[in-house]
Design a protein around this ligand. Structure first.
Ligand code: PLP
Length: 373
């Protein structure tokens, strides 16, 4: 978390503890902080504050968009998504389609993780169709061309939701120019706390709530507001507005250096995902014939934290659905790891990884039964 974010949050656990929905002064004085946060999030997305609804996380935001749309459109609903979505979207779409018996199309990607846009264009859509595709992939960082997708979807009178959990704070998003109808984001991806999110809902987009109850968030998301976390998320969005361009240029250069060195120094190393159409902070590399999980354990011993697949699927022996969908061979998919940089990643840390990782790969290849050298 950004120190500035923590600073903003602390008073809400002590002196500024009122409930923003209360009439009394103690509560009423807190409401303005929720309003400010709403404005800060809106500013980052170039949206209207009235289009910002706070939730408990990115998964809730995705579920609100998908389930809320299908509840509104009932049995006439149709869902279109991609094969590489985060489980928050993929599992939600599959469950809704199964439970309601509505059609679900999962559009494929190519070997670099790019969406098969022509396949999307070939799907018949109407006003009861929700297209839900991610802006940036959480395993490879590969970007989907959301502005172009929005054009296709809008032409057909359908609704577009984008899971932008990985994209917000890392690439510029302008919802005045990009006609998406709904967008999900999550606090911990931009130096705000875990456990707070937003669903942006463009004015005129009509969905049913996921959580019924009180009138909070214009009745769209009942539940007493988590003011501290909401204020923290607002501050993180304000910081992103001022820092994003500079920080991402710095991170991009560090990521490229890390990647270049690893691909040169490590035997059997191969980049996964499109080399250019990607977030600036993510790299996903396979090291042929060795287990990604073994690399992670040895890196962890050296104080370097990395992931294989998405954190949510770690622990499973199956290669990630993203790698499978990209047609990455089993031996490479199993050996992939993901390194992500943040606003706080230093040059020194990157140098440490460049120093340590090739030795780990060499060691694991020496003991791998699959390497014949
Ligand atoms: N969507 C994407 C692309 C993600 O990467 C994540 C989390 O990592 C989520 C959705 C879910 O967000 P949350 O963990 O806040 O529910």
């Amino acid at each position: 978390m950004a120190p500035e974010v923590l600073e903003v949050m602390l008073p809400f656990f002590k002196d500024v503890y009122g409930n923003p929905s209360s009439i009394h002064r103690f509560g009423g004085s807190v409401k303005k902080y929720v309003d400010t946060a709403r404005e800060q999030v809106a500013a980052l997305l170039h949206a209207k504050p009235s289009e910002i609804f706070f939730t408990s996380c990115g998964s809730e935001s995705d579920n609100t968009a998908i389930q809320g749309f299908c509840r509104k459109h009932g049995s006439r609903s149709q869902l279109v998504t991609s094969v590489v979505e985060h489980p928050a979207v993929q599992n939600c779409c599959r469950a809704v389609a199964d439970n309601k018996g509505i059609p679900l199309h999962e559009v494929t990607v190519d070997e670099e993780g790019l969406l098969a846009l022509d396949a999307l264009k070939n799907i018949a859509m109407d006003e009861h169709t929700l297209v839900t595709v991610m802006w940036a992939n959480n395993e490879t960082g590969v970007l989907f061309p959301v502005p172009e997708i929005a054009e296709v979807v809008k032409e057909r009178g359908a609704t577009l939701h984008t899971d932008a959990v990985q994209a917000v704070g890392k690439i510029a998003i302008d919802l005045e120019k990009t006609p998406v109808d709904m967008l999900a984001l999550s606090g911990h991806k931009l130096h705000a706390p875990k456990g707070v999110g937003v669903i942006y809902i463009r004015e005129g987009t009509d969905i049913e709530p996921l959580i019924y109850g009180g009138h909070q968030e214009h009745g769209l998301r009942a539940g007493t507001e988590n003011v501290a976390y909401i204020a923290g998320l607002g501050k993180a969005c304000e910081l992103a507005v001022s820092r994003m361009a500079e920080e991402n240029t710095r991170i991009n250069a560090l990521r490229d250096r890390l990647e270049r060195e690893l691909l040169t120094k490590c035997k059997g190393a191969k980049l996964n995902g499109h080399p250019r159409l990607r977030l600036p902070n993510t790299t996903n590399i396979s090291f042929e014939f060795i287990e990604g999980e073994s690399i992670l354990l040895l890196l962890d011993e050296k104080g370097i934290c990395a992931s294989s697949g998405s954190a949510c699927t770690t622990g499973s022996l199956e290669p990630s659905h993203v790698m499978k969908a990209m047609g990455i061979p089993y031996s490479l998919a199993h050996s992939s790891i993901r390194l992500s940089l943040s606003y706080y990643t230093t040059e020194k840390e990157i140098e440490t990884v460049i120093e340590v990782l090739p030795g780990i790969v060499d060691y694991l290849r020496r003991i791998s039964p699959f390497v014949k050298e």
